[in-house]
Design a protein around this ligand. Sequence first.
Ligand code: KIV
Length: 259
Amino acid sequence: MPQRFIKMKQEGEKIAALTAYDATTARLLEAASIDCILVGDSLGMVVKGEKDTLNVQLEETLYHVRAVVAGAPQTFVIGDMPFATFQQSPQQAFANAAKILAAGAAMVKIEGGSNLAETVHFLTQRGIPVCAHVGLMPQTVRASGGYRVQGRGSQAEQVENDAQQMQDAGAAMVVLEMLPQTLSASISEKLQIPTIGIGGGNACDGQILVVYDMLGMSAQQLRFVRNFLADGGSVADAIRAYITAVKDGSFPAQQHSID
Ligand code: KIV
């Protein structure tokens, strides 16, 4: 199934992804033919109301993955590995990733670059499909001091190297978060696996947003987000409009991108 996304990249078809945490939203996403749903650890913030994603528990992820898979049984669902469920050792990562797959996810997502290459290799060699996540990594905000654009100036090489090492370790997809659009474009061109941008600009092979952000339900309007419900219509219309805009390349526009 991840091969489908590689084929889409090769054929220049953009991948439209959104997060979901419950069966009802997942059902609407599946009805609109979304390519991929992420049960993100953003659930810590947007479902639980916490200040960051660091307190998401594995049991909570499993609960939300089960709900989303029940609502969207035909859709490719990725389960995010929560903070402290994979950093300790490849063996710890394998045991917890296996639980996320057993809950119904088709793939796990792991935040991290070259420091996690050994773990990603360990997982992919043992049958666990992995989506990597580089650039801004929200699980490190307490250490790094905030949600800042990554990959500017001399940092660019490190981010490129992180993405490359994730591909070399066997990752089938990589999320690029909050990067200058020229850097995302360069990474997307170099990699064979699809890049999925969030604040990563238009040249990524696909796009993802937190579903509540693109429905205008979140407290703050982030620069890289468009509110697809702002012009009226239903939630289902907004989801369809998002998918169309990703596919035809009109989202993200220049005003949603980082220079
Ligand atoms: O947790 C999440 O929802 C994410 C996406 C926004 C990429 O990591």
